[in-house]
Design a protein around this ligand. Structure first.
Ligand code: MLT
Length: 394
């Protein structure tokens, strides 16, 4: 007899960003013609850079040519793309082999899919507030969650807890939603903890390109010992504006083994079975991101989002609301006015200022009392939103 996955019943009614999109749609329907300033989901506003667009056009021409046409691609990705990613790590002194890079269609897909490597009885440690996909993917997989509240007193970057050892550890740095970045010392503590427990860290580095303080680690593999206890999941969504284009990569070191099995070999087995990979066009676009022109152009685009962050931070200065993030991350994590819950504040911002943000509670209970602003909007809208916030809250 067919039985459905019972764990869907443990999920919230709808995924956080779907719920916000629905609320926004209803508001827009009730207020036709009113302009909404969207600072909710971290979706980029700037177009792909010209190096990427040129590579996409050239790849389309390849697919139109008898000589240059590509059908199925090499398993786990085009060697040139994997080499470009490995070389990118190399620029920061991190040694990664091209064969350790798996091309993916983005970090959110991989963060859930990677759970296939682990037995369901291995609990996952998730720091909260957390990117909701970690929690939902773990629940769907029927896995137990050990929740670790990340508190303001520890800069939202907690040290490993006492008590039951996890099997998996989700770490996100720069953090979504708080913008916190784990220092080298804190990451070392997590690597030591995972190694001692035989656990595996799933390191979400989707926002690494936003780190501007050179002493802060951008990859878990900058930490001694991480190659034996960590997988890094990264994406070009925020780095290069690929939210709608979809391309990412996962790094699994060849040394990473548990119970005598290589996780690298297991992931090759998994991917070659479950996917035929990412399209030729997108991988060519990804190679262009790591070209010298692509790097200059994508950094310039990140500069636009960083200016947005500064605009918002200076607006918040005068409001008396506490905030963090924005410096090394594209999110500002702001405390709600005294006594106002995060969904109530979300509603106020929507109704009174026509601004869409993300309520902290959507990232887990420990996010209650906060709201998140994305800095990925276009600069004009961000300035308008900053002006409205300063006037309303000041
Ligand atoms: C966010 O707003 O948290 C992210 O954009 C969501 C995502 O990357 O899937």
């Amino acid at each position: 007899m067919l039985k459905l996955n019972p764990h869907y019943a443990e999920l919230k009614d709808s995924y956080l960003f779907r719920r916000i999109a629905e609320k926004t749609r209803l508001w827009q329907e009730a207020h036709p013609g009113e302009k909404l300033l969207r600072m909710g989901i971290g979706d980029v506003s700037q177009p792909l850079c010209s190096a990427v667009i040129e590579a996409l056009h050239a790849a389309v021409e390849d697919q139109a040519s008898m000589e240059r046409f590509h059908g199925y691609l090499p398993e786990n990705g085009l060697p040139e793309f994997r080499e470009a990613v490995a070389a990118h790590y190399g620029t920061r002194g991190v040694r990664i082999e091209a064969e350790e890079v798996f091309v993916s269609s983005g970090a959110s897909d991989e963060l859930g899919d990677i759970l296939d490597l682990f037995a369901p009885e291995s609990p996952a440690l998730i720091m909260e507030p957390a990117y909701p996909a970690y929690v939902d993917a773990t629940v769907i997989a029927g896995r137990r969650i050990l929740r670790l509240p990340a508190r303001r007193e520890e800069d939202f970057a907690p040290l490993p807890p006492e008590g039951e050892a996890p099997g998996l550890i989700y770490l996100c740095s720069p953090n979504n939603p708080t913008g916190a970045v784990f220092s080298r010392e804190k990451l070392r503590a997590w690597v030591d903890y995972a190694s001692a427990a035989g656990a595996v860290i799933l390191f979400d580095a989707a926002y690494e390109a936003f780190i501007e303080e050179p002493e802060l680690p951008r990859s878990i593999f900058e930490i001694e010992g991480a190659r034996r206890c960590a997988i890094e999941i990264c994406s070009l969504s925020k780095t290069a504006g690929f939210t709608g284009t979809r391309l990412g990569y996962t790094v699994i070191p060849k040394e990473l083994e548990r119970g005598g099995s290589s996780l690298h070999a297991m992931w090759i087995r998994n991917r070659t079975t479950k996917t035929n990979g990412v399209s030729y066009l997108l991988q060519k676009a990804g190679i262009a991101v790591f070209s010298p022109e692509g790097q200059t152009q994508t950094k310039a685009c990140i500069g636009i989002y960083k200016q947005n962050a500064r605009t918002l931070m200076s607006a918040l200065e005068g409001t008396g609301l506490w905030y963090c993030g924005g410096k090394n991350a594209p999110y500002l994590w702001v405390s709600c006015p005294e006594g106002v819950g995060s969904w109530a504040f979300f509603d106020r911002l929507l109704n009174d200022l026509h601004i869409v943000a993300t309520p902290g509670e959507g990232f887990g209970e420990s996010g209650e009392g906060y709201i998140r602003f994305s800095t990925f909007g276009n600069p004009g809208d961000t300035e308008e939103a900053a002006g409205r916030l300063a006037k309303y809250l000041g």
